[in-house]
Design a protein around this ligand. Structure first.
Ligand code: PEP
Ligand code: MG
Length: 583
């Protein structure tokens, strides 16, 4: 048994078998073995060598059928590497003498040889180093049992273990087969973690070293509440997690009881409590958790994991489903937020050095107006099917908003000329998620109908902390006084200009934030569907007047820890129940 600790990214516990996704860089952790395991480890090595030899042989035969011999020759050369006694003998010795796993012995020997080969002057040997790395890594992958192509062979009751899992891949996850996700990188607000929460898949991210240690098929426990991953747990540990699983199920039943009730405080302040979604599959959870419609539809997920663009009709079809499912509540359709950590798979969309500060969201749309206009047509046409609002992400100044609105007006005229219905009352809002927008909220409020505060990005841009980087996750602080100042500035500007203000950042899932923002008189909270019941329970246990007093004090405090302890104390006094997953 071995335990890894990471960042709890999506609540719940799961037990299952490891499905390891091939990492870009293979790292293998030392795994000690007992004396009586030596023979079995050596057999594993022989088998992996044989399997790799067979793989290359069939690849070579395949290649020979279709093309001239140069690639086949390379593959022949690869197979010779596998017969290199220097490599294999040393690995066998190491298993026996150092009593380590086959993959550790083989990888260590391989790395040592690579250092020697790569330092050689002779180009012949340097080229052999490339062969050696390719072949050697393949052997290691066969020893670890990692998958080459994502999700192809995933079986039931799997725990997905990966170095990194881009949001586009996470969105394509076969939910019915995957019980939990474990990654080595990422943080609570990375889009992969957000997807996991939306799909209600337990997840631990930032679990350093897990990919190099876990073998495909290992038995795993994933504790998404405390950020723990247990590899090959003992029977007692497994039983304790099964017990925790039963407790969570009972809590889920308690949560289900508030689904039909409104998010109203004890003294009658009503908040719209809606859902953030990425995929149509989440509409079922929106209904199940009793959300007041959809407060953020991240439409970019319709554009990911494919090699073409969705047509206007395809988009209309998806948006219409969201609008109809949200009715009689509204749905806020956000125009695509491509860039940052979500990319189209087109070669012409160049990779950037600093994508979160680059051609992202509205900036991308104002550059690729063809893509933007098609989406605007689809959204405007959706107004015939429900209460639709449109929202632009990452607005950073008034001119950007004006340009986006001009294009919207032009597309609307185009549709009207075609005789299509567009709702005149369509509300146009923006995400306030860049400090410059928060600081010019008074100006922006005069030119749009609503604000939705995107704290996931507002925090990263205010504190200069990459929201997806596990190494600095400890600096990602929603209760930082600077963040609270920007939130208050934005809320005050919205109220002064009589527009409504919501929040769709992840911090709202913490009851401390919910009470604080209730006190700043927010009109709407939008969160992952599974977080909605806990927020509702907190709101229903509080009084608006108390929340106002608490918020007034909190925004004058000097440090995040002071604010946190103050809020924790106040919530306990109010009788707001604590939740398991907090910031
Ligand atoms: C945000 O930034 O808070 C937000 C809700 O948008 P996203 O997480 O999609 O960037
Ligand atoms: Mg954002």
């Amino acid at each position: 048994m071995r335990e890894f600790t990471g960042i709890p990214a999506s609540g719940g516990v799961a037990l299952g078998r490891a499905f390891v996704v091939a990492p870009r860089e293979l790292t293998v952790e030392r795994r000690d073995i007992a004396l009586d395991e030596v023979e079995a480890e050596q057999m594993r090595l022989e088998r992996a060598l044989a399997v790799t030899r067979d793989e290359f042989a069939s690849l070579r035969d395949e290649v020979k059928k279709h093309e001239a011999s140069i690639r086949a020759e390379i593959l022949d050369a690869y197979m010779l590497v596998l017969d290199d006694e220097m490599l294999t003998e040393k690995a066998r010795d190491m298993i026996r003498e150092d009593r380590v796993s086959a993959e550790y012995a083989f990888k260590t020997t391989l790395d040592e040889m690579l250092v020697v080969f790569e330092a050689m002057e002779d180009p012949y040997f340097r080229e052999r180093a490339v062969d050696l790395r390719g072949v050697g890594n393949r052997v290691v992958m066969n020893l670890l049992g990692v998958a080459y192509r994502l999700f192809e062979d995933v079986s039931d009751n799997s725990i997905l273990v990966a170095h990194d899992l881009p949001p586009s891949d996470a969105a394509a996850l076969p939910r019915e087969k995957v019980g939990a996700i474990v990654t080595e990188v990422g943080s609570r607000t990375s889009h992969t973690a957000i997807i996991a929460r939306s799909m209600e898949v337990p997840a631990v991210v930032g679990a350093d070293g897990v990919v190099g240690y876990v073998r495909a098929g290992d038995s795993l426990v994933v504790d998404g509440i405390n950020g723990r991953v247990v590899v090959n747990p003992t029977d007692e540990v497994e039983a304790s997690y099964e017990e925790l699983g039963r407790e969570l199920l009972a809590e889920e039943k308690r949560r289900a009881r508030v689904a039909e009730l409104p998010a109203t405080t004890l003294d009658g302040y009503r908040i719209e409590l809606s859902a953030n979604i990425e995929l149509l599959a989440e509409l079922e959870a929106v209904a199940r958790h009793g959300c007041d419609g959809v407060g953020l539809y991240r439409t970019e997920f319709l554009f990911l994991h494919r090699s073409d663009l969705p047509s206007e009709e395809e988009q209309l079809d998806a948006y219409r489903k969201v609008a109809e499912a949200s009715f009689p509540h509204s749905c806020i359709i956000r125009t695509i937020d491509i860039g940052g950590d979500k990319f189209l798979s087109f070669p012409e969309v160049a990779r950037e050095i600093n994508p979160f500060l680059g051609l992202r969201a509205i900036r991308f749309c104002l550059k690729r107006r063809d893509i933007f206009r098609t989406q605007l047509r689809a959204i405007l046409r959706t107004t015939a099917y429900g209460k639709v609002k449109i929202m632009f992400p990452m607005i950073s100044d008034v001119e950007e908003l004006r340009t986006a609105k001009e294009i919207l007006a032009d597309v609307k005229r185009e549709l009207e000329r075609e005789g299509r219905f567009v709702d005149e009352a369509l509300e146009v809002g923006i995400m306030v998620e860049v400090p410059s927008a928060a600081l010019s909220a008074d100006l922006l409020a005069q030119e749009c109908d609503f604000f939705s505060l995107g704290t996931n990005d507002l925090i990263q841009y205010t504190l200069a902390v990459d929201r997806g980087n596990e190494k600095i996750a400890y600096l990602y602080e929603p209760f930082h006084p600077a963040v609270l100042k920007l939130i208050k500035t934005t809320a005050d500007a919205a109220h002064r200009n009589s527009i409504w203000i919501g929040i769709c950042g992840e911090m709202i899932a913490d009851p401390k934030a919910a009470i604080l923002l209730l006190g700043l008189s927010f009109d709407e909270f939008s969160a992952s569907p599974a977080s909605v019941p806990d927020i509702k329970i907190a709101l229903r246990a509080a009084r608006y007047v108390d929340a106002r007093r608490v918020a007034e004090r909190a925004v004058t405090m000097t440090s995040a820890s002071e604010i946190r302890s103050f809020l924790t104390r106040e919530l306990a006094e109010m009788g707001v129940p604590a939740v398991r997953c907090q910031w």
